[in-house]
Design a protein around this ligand. Structure first.
Ligand code: AMP
Length: 629
C-alpha cells in the first residue's frame, strides 16, 4: 500500500494518525461543506458514519454526491455519546434573571465528574465530559442500581454527575475523593449518581423538549435508590429574592454553587447555554477567597516554560512553632515578562525534590517537596493568591487549609513576611469564608419600601433590616469638595489587606472628608453590611454621592443600584430630591436644579468598571469616570 502512495499521501496518512491534518479546517468547515446540517447532526450524534451515509448519496455511476436539498434528521442515538450541554459563568442574580426570562430551575452544582449514562437493554456505557469512557471503578456498580431506579426504562440516556457521598449523612464528599486510592480513606462512602437530565427514554429522543418537560419525564420514570441513584436537588425560581436566598444557602453549606436552566430551554449539545453560579464568579470576583502568602519554593515548568521556575509553592508562617507551612501551589497569574524577572530576583536553592534537603524551617509533605526552596523565607516576596474558595487538602501543612484554583492576583511589594497572612489569620479567613456567603445586596424594591417607611418612622437608626440601612435621608450639610466631585471622592486610597482593613476600616473611612467624620450609625451599618458580604473593604468611590435614577433607566437597573450602594453611594428616589448641589441625576433630567450635577448612565457604568479594574490590577488606570459626564 505504502508503495502506491505519493509523498503527499504518506504525509496525510501520518497526519491522520496524529489527529492533525494541518489544513486549518476543523470538522465544522468540512462537514458543513458536505451538507449544511451535517455538523449539527454530528454534534448531536458524534456518529460520523451515520451522518455521512445520510448526507451523501451514491449516484448511478458510483460517485458520491451530497444531498444538500433535504434536511438531515440525525439526532442522539443510543450508545453513541452526545456532546454535553455546558454552562456559562453567571456573575449576578440580575444576569441570571435576564438570561432565564421564563423562570429557571436552580440546581445544586455537584462537585464530582460528569457522566453520560447510556442503557440499551442490559448493556451499559458511561461517557465522560470529553466523551471518553469513564473508568470502570467509578461506574461499574450502577448496572445493578439503574434497573432498580428505572423499572420500565429499557433504553435511556441520562446526564448526571458522579461523586462520593457519605452514607450516614447523604452529603457529598469533597471533589477528587472518587480517585481509586482515595476512596479507601473515606469510610461509609458510596459512589452515587446525581441525575439531572434525561435526553432519551424508551425510543424517544428528548433533546428538543424543554427542560421542564424532560424533568417531568425523569421524575415520572425514576425512583431514587438512596445514596446510589439520586435526583439532583432542584428548585423552580421566578423571583430574584429566591435565587439570592438559594445562592446564600448553598455557599454557606460549603457547596460549589448552582447550575441554572431556563425552564423552556432545550438540550443543546456542546452549547454553553446553562449558567453556573460559583462564589468567585459573583460581583466581579469580589467574593473570591484570597490570602497574602509568601513564596517558599518553586518547581520547573513544562513545555514553553521548561527549564524555568514557573510553579510556585506558597505558604504562611506559623508563630507557634516558628516554622513555615504550605498552603498552595500556584502556576497562573504572572505574565511572561514578570516570570522572566522572577528567575533573577527570587533567591532560591536547588534541592531537586530531595526530602533530605528540605530545610528545617519548612513543614512540607512528601508530594509538595519542590525543585527549589527559598534561601530565606523572611526575605521572599508576598503575593496575593486568589482562588475559587478555601478548601481542605491534606497535602498541605497549614492545618490542611488550601486554596482551590489559585492564581496570583497581586504582587504585594508593600508587604513583608511579617504583614503577610499568618497561619492563625488563615484559619480565621477560612472560617469566615464559610460563614460569610450572603449575596443579597439591598434591592430596588427595598429603596421604595424604606422611603415609605422612613416617612413614618422617626428613628432610622433603630432599623434592623438591611433594606432600611440605606434609607437614611441625611441632609447634605457638611459635605466637602471631595464629596461634591466624585473624581476626587473616588481617589484611590492606599491598598489595605482585609486584615489591616478590619482594624482600620473606621480610621481609613474617617480620613479625608468631614462627611465621613459625621457618619451616621445607619450609614455605618450599611457599610458594614456590604463589607460583610464582599469580605473585602470596598473602596468608597461613591461616598457622599447621592443619586437619583429616573424611571427611564430600566436596563440593568437593580444591578446598577447594587453596585452603586456597595461602593458607598446613596440612592434617593425622585420625591427625595433636595435643593442642594449634591444630587446626581442620571440621563437627561434637567428640572431647573442648576446646581445638581448631571451625568450620563454611561458615566456611572464606566466608573464602576474602572473601579473593578483598579481592584484587580494594581497599577491600572486611575479612577476617572467623573471626567466624562
Ligand atoms: P461546565 O462544565 O464548566 O460547563 O460547568 C457545568 C458542569 O457542572 C457540568 O459539566 C457538570 O459536570 C456539573 N454539574 C454539577 N451539577 C450539575 C447540575 N445539577 N446540572 C448540570 N451540570 C451540573
Amino acid at each position: 500500500m505504502a508503495e502506491m502512495c505519493t509523498s503527499n499521501d504518506l504525509k496525510m496518512i501520518i497526519r491522520l494518525v496524529k489527529h492533525d491534518l494541518r489544513i486549518n479546517a476543523g470538522p465544522k468547515h468540512i462537514l458543513e461543506a458536505v451538507h449544511p446540517d451535517a455538523y449539527q447532526a454530528f454534534q448531536m450524534s458524534r456518529d460520523l458514519d451515520a451522518v455521512l451515509s445520510k448526507a451523501v448519496v451514491r449516484t448511478a455511476d458510483g460517485h458520491s454526491s451530497p444531498t444538500k436539498k433535504t434536511a438531515l434528521k440525525i439526532t442522539a442515538s443510543l450508545m453513541t455519546p452526545v456532546l454535553p450541554m455546558l454552562a456559562e459563568a453567571c456573575k449576578s442574580v440580575e444576569y441570571a434573571m435576564k438570561k432565564c426570562p421564563n423562570g429557571m430551575y436552580s440546581e445544586i452544582k455537584y462537585d464530582g465528574e460528569r457522566v453520560q449514562v447510556h442503557k440499551k437493554g442490559s448493556e451499559f456505557k458511561y461517557f465522560s465530559r470529553s466523551l471518553k469512557p469513564v473508568l470502570p471503578h467509578k461506574v461499574n456498580m450502577f448496572r445493578d442500581y439503574i434497573p432498580q431506579a428505572f423499572p420500565y426504562g429499557t433504553d435511556l440516556i441520562l446526564d448526571s454527575e458522579v461523586l462520593l457521598v457519605d452514607v450516614k449523612t447523604g452529603k457529598p464528599l469533597p471533589f477528587g475523593s472518587l480517585g481509586v486510592h482515595k476512596k479507601n480513606s473515606f469510610e461509609d462512602a458510596n459512589v452515587c449518581l446525581f441525575v439531572f437530565d434525561c435526553i432519551y427514554y424508551n425510543g424517544e429522543v428528548l433533546l428538543e423538549k424543554p427542560v421542564k418537560e424532560r424533568r417531568r419525564i425523569l421524575e415520572q420514570n425514576m425512583k431514587e435508590v438512596p445514596n446510589r441513584i439520586m435526583f439532583s436537588e432542584i428548585k423552580e425560581i421566578h423571583d430574584p429574592k429566591d435565587l439570592e436566598n438559594m445562592i446564600t444557602k448553598v455557599l454557606k453549606l460549603g457547596l460549589e454553587g448552582l447550575v441554572l436552566k431556563d425552564l423552556m430551554s432545550t438540550y443543546e449539545p456542546g452549547k454553553r447555554h446553562w449558567l453556573k453560579v460559583k462564589k468567585d464568579y459573583l460581583y466581579g470576583g469580589a467574593m473570591a477567597d484570597s490570602a497574602d502568602l509568601v513564596v517558599l519554593g518553586a518547581w520547573f515548568g513544562t513545555g514553553q516554560k521548561g527549564g524555568m521556575m514557573s510553579v510556585f509553592l506558597m505558604g504562611c508562617y506559623n508563630p507557634t512553632n516558628q516554622k513555615w507551612c504550605t498552603v498552595t501551589k500556584v502556576h497562573t497569574g504572572h505574565d511572561d515578562k514578570t516570570l522572566e524577572r522572577l528567575q533573577k530576583e527570587l533567591v532560591m536553592i536547588k534541592i531537586s525534590k530531595e526530602a533530605s534537603k528540605v530545610p528545617d524551617w519548612l513543614c512540607c509533605t512528601k508530594t509538595m517537596i519542590p525543585d527549589f526552596v527559598a534561601q530565606d523565607p523572611k526575605a521572599m516576596p508576598v503575593w496575593e493568591i486568589t482562588g475559587a474558595e478555601f478548601t481542605q487538602h491534606e497535602v498541605h501543612t497549614a492545618s490542611g487549609i488550601s486554596i482551590r484554583f489559585p492564581r496570583v492576583t497581586r504582587i504585594r511589594d508593600d508587604k513583608t513576611w511579617k504583614t503577610a497572612t499568618s497561619l492563625p489569620e488563615l484559619k480565621d479567613l477560612f472560617k469566615k469564608s464559610k460563614e460569610n456567603c450572603d449575596v443579597s445586596l439591598p434591592s430596588t424594591s427595598g429603596v421604595k419600601d424604606v422611603h415609605k417607611a422612613s416617612d413614618t418612622e422617626s428613628d432610622n437608626s433603630s432599623t434592623s433590616s438591611p433594606k432600611k440601612k440605606f434609607a437614611s435621608s441625611e441632609t447634605s450639610k457638611g459635605l466637602s469638595k471631595s464629596v461634591r466631585d466624585p473624581a476626587v471622592s473616588g481617589k484611590r486610597k492606599p491598598e489595605v489587606t482585609s486584615k489591616e482593613s478590619d482594624k482600620s476600616t473606621s480610621s481609613s473611612n474617617n480620613e479625608g472628608t468631614e462627611n465621613d467624620a459625621e457618619e451616621s450609625p445607619a450609614k455605618r451599618r450599611k457599610k458594614e453590611h456590604v463589607h460583610d458580604i464582599i469580605k473585602k473593604p470596598l473602596p468608597d468611590v461613591f461616598v457622599g454621592v447621592k443619586l437619583v435614577l429616573p424611571p427611564s433607566v430600566i436596563e440593568d437597573r437593580s444591578e446598577l443600584e447594587r453596585y452603586f450602594i456597595a461602593y458607598g453611594g446613596e440612592l434617593l428616589d425622585t420625591s427625595q430630591k433636595e435643593d442642594s448641589t449634591h444630587i446626581i441625576h442620571v440621563g437627561d433630567v434637567t428640572d431647573g436644579n442648576e446646581e445638581a450635577r448631571h451625568v450620563t448612565l454611561r458615566w456611572l457604568w464606566d466608573s464602576i468598571k474602572l473601579q473593578a479594574l483598579q481592584e484587580t490590577r494594581r497599577y491600572a488606570v486611575p479612577f476617572s469616570g467623573a471626567g466624562n459626564p
